[in-house]
Each structure stands twice: as C-alpha cells, then as structure tokens.
Write a protein that binds this ligand. Structure first.
Ligand SMILES: Nc1nc2c(ncn2[C@@H]2O[C@H](COP(=O)(O)OP(=O)(O)OP(=O)(O)O)[C@@H](O)[C@H]2O)c(=O)[nH]1
Length: 851
C-alpha cells in the first residue's frame, strides 16, 4: 500500500533539514477513492561512541561488519529454517534473559549479604541491649549503695555527661559508633531501586565505611532532639555503664582476689560503726552499706551495729573475726617491755613505815635535810607526796612522803607497787608495837625488803638491842643477829646515823639492781592528787619507766590530759621527769585517785577511749554494787546483817585534833580487835580532813572518823561524790562504841539448836509430783512447819535437812502436837522407811557482841 523511496541522493522534493546521521525517504500511502499521500520517513542513526571518537569512523566500518554479520545471520537462519529477522529477535531475547539472570543473581547475592549483615547487626544490638540492661541494673544497685558518696558520684556523672555531650565523644565510643556503621547496608537497601543505583552502590562498596563515617559524624552531632531524646540518655548511660562495668571488673578481679588473699582477722568490740567495721575489714564503706541494703537494713556508715551483726558481715566478706571485750581497750596501754640493754640504773623509791609516833615524819624531815641540792636551789619547799634527795655521793633516793603502811597498802590494793625499799622505823624507847608488826607483814606481803631504822636512840631510856631482839619474834633477823636485814641506829631529832641509813638504802638498791629505760614513753603511779584552786587538778606522779615530758598526753586512772607543766618538790618547772622522779603534773581534766597508774599515750583519741571506758565501768560498778561499794558504816552493817558481805576487818581513817587523841583512838580500836574481827586504822593523823584522806578512805572502803576536826569543802564534796562516810565525834567513847557495834555486826552470829519433838514413821506414801511422804505420829513434843529435821534409822542419823511439808488431812499446817498424826516430807530427800524416826529441831541465831 505504500512504497518507501530512499531520498538520500535525491536533491529534489521536500527534503527536511537535517544535521547528520539521518537517512530519509518517502512512503506513498494509498487511501480509498484513489487518494494517496506521500509521507517523508526519517531514520536517525545511533551515534556509536568509540575510542576513535569520530562518528564517521564506525559509519565507514559498519557496512563491512554488518555485511559479514548479516551473512552469518543469513547462514544461521537458513540452517534453522527461519528468517533472519526472526533469528535476530530470538538472539535479542536470549541476550536480554541472560542479562536479566545475571542481574538477578547479583541482586540476590547482595540481598543475602545485606540480610546477613542485618541479622548479625541485630544480634549484636540485642547482645548490647542485654549487656546494657545488666550493666544498668548493676549501676542502679551500685548507685543506690553509694548513697553516702552520692554527691561526689553525681558530680562525676554530670561532669562525664557534659564531656560526652561534645560532638567528638560518640565517635570515641565504640558502642555508639557500631550502630552507625551497621546502619549503612540498611540505608543502602532503602535506596536499592534502580540498576544504576545498585551499580553505584556496588562501585562504592569499598568507600561505604567512609559514608558510614559520615553517618557516624552526623550521629555524633548533638541536636536538641538527640540531647533530649532517649538516644542521648542511652549514650550517656552507656559510657558511664562502661566505666561502672570496668570498676566492677576491677573490683571483682583485683579487689576480690585481694580479699581472698588478705583475709584479715577483724577485731570486733561489743559495738562498732559500719564505717569502722569496713575500715577494719579493708573494705569500702559503700560495699558494706550495699550489703546491708541487700539484707533489708537501711544503714549508713556511722550507724552502730552490735558485734553479732558485725561478725555476720565480716564473715560474708570472707574475713575471720576476733571478738573482744570492751575492757580490751586497755590492752597494750602500758607498752612493750624494755630491751635489757636500754635499761639504766634508777634511784630507789623508799617508803617509811612504823608504829604511830615512832618518828616516821621526823625521820622523813631529817632525811629531806640531807639533800645536798637544798643549798643550791632553795631546797625542798613543797610537800608533793614524795621527794628526791641527792646524796653527797651523787646518788639519789626518792622518799614517799606519806608514811605508814596504810598508804602503802592502799596503793598496793590498786595494783601499784611504787615502793622498792621499806624503812621500818622502830622507836628505841618503845620497841616493837602492833603497827610495827603490821608494817612488817605488809612489807613482806609485797615482797619489799626492809631496812630497820631504830629511832630515838638519843633518848636516855632507848634500848636498841631490845628492838632488834623483839624483831626476831616477827621474823625480822638483822645482820648483827645473823640475818640479812640491815639495821641502823638513828635519831631523827639529832640527825645521828642518817648517813648510815642512806648508805644502807643505796646498798640495798644496788642489791636490787633497780633499772629502767629512760628513753621511752613514761608510765608510773599517781601518789597524790588534789584540786588546786589556782592550778586546777594537780596530781603527783612517780615515774617508773621512761621520761614524762611537757606536752605528753597522759591517762591517769579515769582522767586524762595534756601535760601543761611539770613541777618538782622544789617548786621548779621541769621539761621532763625520768624514772623514780616524783613530779606534780598539771593539765589533767580531773584529779586521779592515789594509786592509779598513769601512762603516756599517742593520741588524744586513745586517751579519751580509755578514760571513757574506765568512767563507764566505774559507773557500772557503782550502779551494780551501789552502796556496797561505798564506805558507810550503816551500809556495811546492813550488808553484814543480810549476809551479803563477809568481812573480818574494818578499815578506818582517823583524823584528830592532836596526836594524843589520834593515838588514843587508834589504840582503843586496836584493843577492840579480836581473833575474828578487828578495826584497822589505815590512816590516823592530826589535822582536818583533806581530799587525800577521802581518796584514801575511798580506795580502802573505809569510813573516816573525825575527832574534833572537820573536813574542808573540797573533801566534803569529794566524800559525797565518792560515798565516803565521815563521822564526827567529840567524845572518844562514842566513837569506840560505834566501831564496837560495827565489829559486833561483823561477828558471825551464834547458832543455838533447840529440840522440839520426835515423830515415828508409820507408813510411806508415794505421791506423784510430791515424792515420798511419811505418814507419822508425833511421839514427843511437837513438829513445826519448816523446822530442821534429822532422820534416824536404828538411832543412827542418816539425813539432816529441812521439812518440806507438814500436813494434816491434806491441809498444810503450822504445827502438829504430840499424839497426833501427820504427813511429812523432806526437802531434797526421799529415802524414808517405815519404822524410821524423825527428830525435829529449831536453830536460833544469836547475835554476838564484843563484850
Ligand atoms: N627524842 C627524839 N624524839 C623524836 C625522834 N623522832 C621523833 N621524835 C618525836 O616523836 C614524836 C612523834 O614523831 P613523829 O615523827 O610525828 O612520829 P610518826 O611516826 O610520824 O607519828 P604518826 O605520824 O602519828 O604516825 C614527835 O614528838 C617527835 O618530836 C628522835 O629521834 N628523838
């Protein structure tokens, strides 16, 4: 219907304007009714872009190639029996399918890879989420536990959060970077729509990480939404969690192993704070608090727990426990024993003992004058309880200024043996007297060697030899009598024989090899104390070891303080006081008791710990024992009556207006003494009652008898505080009567037995819950309820005890008379038989008197 006409070389007709590569022709179209139309057909040739670059080149070669291709195609078509067009169509279809299959395979491969990546990513995310949750839980618990450190921790977290908010922070964090990298394929997958894209994607695969990095950077950028959103929270907590995890791991590895390695022995007192416990266990307080929270106990570091709880905690943390009593605070207070090579000779400490009026005080005064330092430094001006004299030979002797064995014994009662040598003063005109004997006994009991000073040898009626022979009876054998005890004849009045006495002391000291280490913290004993108006509490102490220095922290009894000043008996301020040196100590917070030991401690805390414990235990003792601990005659009497106190000695302190009255009282009290009971004057002296008297009385549980003298205000206050009774008298007989009454109370009452009746056992009943009951008839006298009974079998006493029940017709009765029948049962005794006889009696206690 239409012819196509090539117009290539045709210059005539309508020829469309063309630039190149176009071939055009005309096609004649025939329509009905003889109409026709000429249509111009243009064929545009595709431009082949090749290395030659020119479009004309392929145009030149193309016909050749086309010719051979065409020939091959025609041949193949012929072979297959199809047209060339058909063959071409088939080849094209084949090629397309091939390409399609290859593309699909590629796509599938890529999809598979993406899926794998996605899956592993999801797994990774899941794993991370899980770890995050665990770490979060751990962190939360830890946060809770670390309430004590919360402020500090918060600050750290805040600081860390701020740091994390900086853009670079998330990139640093692997946890934050990982999802950004892994998101890459997913995002690529989203764009995987066209082939070109896929190709580009394939080409760009090696540089994906850089894109990922770009994503990461974008993620790292802090936006308001990301800062406020969950994501920011998560990132923050992740970082802190990581640190928390590391800490945990460190603790578990390092700390845990350390705990196992160093399982400490924790010393537990009766109560302890959590903080202290943690310290002693080498654990963190937060861990202990956390453990307690886990146990349901909300406690803080400074809460106090008992030893049982503390033990549980310590064991839970893998430590062993050593329970200690509160009193253990005293352990180690005295310090270590000294190395023998550090010991240096020290002056002897001497106490003068003897009977009243034999010249103890006079001798002390005389000895004080022997001091060669007196001339140089003003001499001994103060009575501070002890003084030290320097002999001509250069040696020193310390004398305790409180004469008498009472003070000596009071000290001993407190465990303080301050004395090395006892000088027994015996008046040559009076010879051995009761207190001489007491002194001997006390010195011997303490194991302190005696030197006999036969005093008053200046008197015409003195008989020194009698003294020495009398002493033999009391087991004191002097050298002149073949013994080992030194004896020196002296006169305190004239000063005769004093040098010999001091020589004897130094000789004895040499024998004793008295040594102490002066280069250590001091300890010693309090020999006197008082509350001085101007200077406050003043204690005279005797240093036993070490050197006491100004500024030292001292614990003396239940008092402590920092040594403010040290004053010697010459009134001179000292920097330090060495062994055997008596010195007044200023700076204590109260007056310690004489006989208390003192010790220098390292810290005020230690001093406080010890004194607080001592005060507490003192209070407990006075709370428990109450009045029993106090020295009151009435209380002593009532205790004697109810039998809660058994004693055979009544110690008393006697203070009188004149020596004569004190002596008279002491002697009268001596006379009251019997073999069973005695009144012992632990201190008898002239003058008003001082605090030191009260302290002495307190330490010996003795009342103070004051004859025509009074106590000063401080002594009264102290007596009231310490519960020491002071009785005032103006008639000696009243005093003696009181003591007599007390001593009578101390006598064991006389027991007098009265027979009241006999009963015969007629029958024995065995009653459940009661035991054996004897059915008896009273054959003689009567039987009283609760009376004493003896069971006689064939007239032999086989049991003695008390009646438990006395019944008549099932009723408990008070008395059953002769001829009547009754039921009787014994206390804690069951072996009763028919035919046995019961002897009934009563015991009367009759109080005895000294008369
Ligand atoms: N003749 C003489 N009299 C002396 C001597 N020593 C002491 N006296 C006197 O004896 C009396 C008692 O002396 P003190 O020193 O008070 O005796 P004491 O042993 O301390 O007495 P108490 O403190 O009561 O225990 C005093 O009057 C002294 O003067 C001495 O050697 N010769």
């Amino acid at each position: 219907m239409s012819d196509t006409k090539d117009t290539g070389g045709n210059s005539g007709g309508r020829k469309p304007l063309t630039v190149s590569r176009k071939s055009s022709g005309t096609v004649k179209q025939s329509f009905s009714h003889g109409r026709s139309k000429q249509v111009v057909v243009e064929t545009k040739k595709r431009r082949a872009v090749g290395p030659g670059g020119s479009s004309s080149a392929p145009a030149k070669d193309a016909p050749k190639a086309n010719d051979s291709l065409e020939a091959r195609l025609i041949a193949t078509a012929k072979k297959l029996g199809i047209t060339v067009d058909e063959l071409k169509a088939r080849q094209k279809a084949l090629l397309e399918r091939k390409n399609e299959v290859a593309a699909r395979a590629k796509e599938e491969q890529r999809e598979k890879e993406a899926q794998d990546r996605l899956r592993s990513e999801q797994e990774k995310k899941l794993q991370e989420a899980k770890e995050r949750e665990e770490a979060e839980a751990r962190r939360k618990a830890e946060e809770e536990a670390r309430k004590a450190e919360e402020a500090a921790a918060k600050e750290r977290v805040d600081r860390a959060a701020k740091t994390r908010s900086k853009p670079s922070a998330p990139a640093d964090s692997p946890a934050a970077a990982a999802p950004a990298v892994d998101d890459g394929p997913a995002r690529g997958g989203g764009k995987r729509k066209s082939k070109d894209d896929r190709d580009r994607s394939a080409r760009e695969t090696p540089s994906r990480s850089s894109r990922g990095g770009g994503g990461e950077r974008r993620r790292g950028k802090l936006t308001i939404s990301s800062a406020l959103g969950d994501d920011a929270d998560r990132q923050r907590s992740l970082a802190s969690l990581r640190r928390a995890r590391e800490r945990e791991r460190e603790r578990r590895t390092g700390g845990g192993e350390q705990r196992e390695k160093v399982s400490v022995e924790v010393t537990l007192p009766e109560t302890i704070t959590l903080q202290d416990l943690a310290q002693r266990m080498n654990e963190r307080v937060a861990d202990v608090v956390k453990f307690m929270i886990q146990q349901g106990e909300m406690l803080r570091g400074n809460d106090i727990i008992d030893a049982d709880t503390a033990e549980l905690i310590a064991e839970e943390f893998g430590h062993t426990v050593k329970r200690v009593a509160e009193s253990d605070v005293e352990i180690g207070l005295e310090g270590e024993d000294d190395d023998p090579k550090d010991l240096k000779p020290r002056p002897p400490i001497v106490t003068i003992m003897g009977h009243v009026d034999h010249g103890k005080t006079s001798l002390l005064d005389a000895l004080r004058k022997t001091d060669v330092v007196s001339g140089e430094a003003g001499g001994i001006t103060q009575h501070i309880g002890a003084y030290q004299v320097k002999l001509k030979s250069g040696e020193r002797i310390t004398f305790l200024d409180t004469p008498g064995h009472a003070a000596f014994t009071a000290m001993r009662a407190r465990g303080a043996t301050a004395t090395d040598i006892a000088i027994l003063v015996v008046a040559a005109d009076d010879s051995v007297m009761p207190q001489t004997i007491e002194s001997i006994n006390h010195a011997k009991a303490a194991g302190v060697p005696i030197i006999v000073a036969v005093n008053k040898t200046d008197l015409p009626d003195s008989n020194a030899d009698k003294v020495l022979t009398d002493l033999l009876q009391h087991d004191v054998q002097v050298e002149s009598m073949g013994g080992e005890t030194q004896a020196v004849k002296v006169s305190a009045l004239t000063g005769q024989g004093l040098d010999e006495l001091t020589d004897a002391i130094t000789l004895q000291a040499e024998l004793l090899e008295l040594k102490a280490n002066p280069s250590r913290d001091a300890d010693g004993v309090v020999i006197e104390s008082q509350l001085d108006k101007g200077r406050g509490p003043v204690a005279t102490v005797l240093v036993k070891r070490g050197t006491l220095e100004r500024g030292d922290i001292v614990v003396a009894g239940s008092q402590w303080g920092k040594v403010r000043a040290l004053v010697d008996e010459r009134g001179q301020q000292l920097k330090g006081a060495g062994p055997s040196q008596p010195v007044e100590v200023l700076g204590l917070d109260g007056a310690p008791d004489p006989g208390d030991s003192f010790v220098v401690v390292d810290t005020e805390a230690r001093a406080r710990e010890v004194t607080e414990y001592r005060i507490r235990s003192k209070r407990q003792v006075s709370g428990k024992a109450g009045a029993a601990a106090r020295a009151s005659l009435d209380q002593l009497l009532s205790k004697l009556k109810d039998g809660s106190v058994e004693t055979s000695e009544l110690p008393v302190v006697v203070k009188g207006d004149v020596q004569g009255s004190v002596e008279a009282i002491s002697q009268s009290l001596d006379k009251l003494s019997t073999e069973e009971v005695r009144a012992r004057v632990i201190h008898g002296a002239v003058g008003g009652i001082s605090e030191s008297d009260v302290l002495l009385a307190r330490s010996s549980n003795a009342p103070i008898f004051a004859f025509n003298v009074r106590a000063n205000k401080q002594a009264r206050d102290l007596a009231e505080k310490e519960g020491v009774e002071i009785r005032y008298y103006s008639v000696i007989y009243d005093l003696i009567d009181d003591v007599k009454a007390t001593l009578s109370g101390m006598l064991a009452p006389e027991k007098r037995e009265t027979f009241i009746g006999y009963a015969e056992i007629l029958e024995v009943f065995n009653i459940t819950k009661v035991g054996k009951v004897a059915g008896c008839r009273i054959s003689e006298g009567k039987v009283l309820r609760g009376c004493g009974v003896r069971l006689l079998r064939d007239d032999v006493v086989i049991h003695e005890g008390k009646l438990k029940t006395l019944k008549r017709f099932k009723d408990e009765v008070n008395e059953v008379n002769s001829g009547m029948e009754c039921g009787m049962a014994f206390e804690r005794y069951d072996d009763i038989r028919v035919g046995d006889k019961i002897e009934c009696f009563q015991v009367e206690e009759i109080a005895r008197t000294l008369d």
